[in-house]
Design a protein around this ligand. Structure first.
Ligand code: NI
Length: 168
């Protein structure tokens, strides 16, 4: 397995809209395994292919304490089941060092394909529901900082740009 490079805000490649997966082969399996490894190494609880500069509709998530319950969602679709919303402090491996409160639908259903291309459906709650919505946003080129005030977003952007310059 290999660790993949994670793109950081405001990298424009994070704004690309990912394409549906149509081929379920060994390369896709390898990508999902590398993404899971990269997520554990970071460490984080979710990673979208967009974040590693692969523009396919694939996300990996593991909210378990021991990092031993990875979930793979391919071509995921979300249905909102009620008007109820919930606020959660979100962070992102592509916006390292920052957490902000985001309001999202509370009750959702997710339809997706697994790594073999077989469909499944779940009705997640709590952290998993938040995480899935956050990761799916990545596939549409959206980041959690898009939900906060433009002043806060600009401040985060400037600080990250400064740290990227230092690293370069
Ligand atoms: Ni994220």
């Amino acid at each position: 397995m290999a660790l993949l490079n994670i793109l950081e805000f405001p990298d424009p490649r994070l704004r690309k809209v990912a394409k549906p997966v149509t081929v379920f082969d060994a390369a896709l399996k390898k990508l999902s395994e590398d993404m899971i490894e990269t997520m554990y190494d970071a460490p984080g609880i979710g990673l979208a292919a967009t974040q590693v500069n692969v523009h396919k509709r694939l996300v990996v998530i593991d909210i378990s304490e021991n990092h031993n319950d990875p979930l793979v969602f391919i071509n995921p679709k979300i249905t909102t089941l009620s008007d109820d919303e919930r606020e959660w402090e979100e962070g992102c491996l592509s916006v390292p060092g920052y957490q902000e409160a985001v309001i999202r639908p509370k009750d959702i259903r997710v339809n997706a394909l697994d790594i073999n291309g077989d469909p499944f459906e779940i009705e997640p709650d709590e952290l998993l529901a938040v995480c899935i919505q956050h990761e799916l946003d990545h596939l549409d080129g959206k980041l959690f900082v898009d939900y906060i005030s433009s002043i806060k977003r600009l401040r985060i952007r400037k600080k990250l740009e400064k740290s990227h310059k230092k690293r370069a």
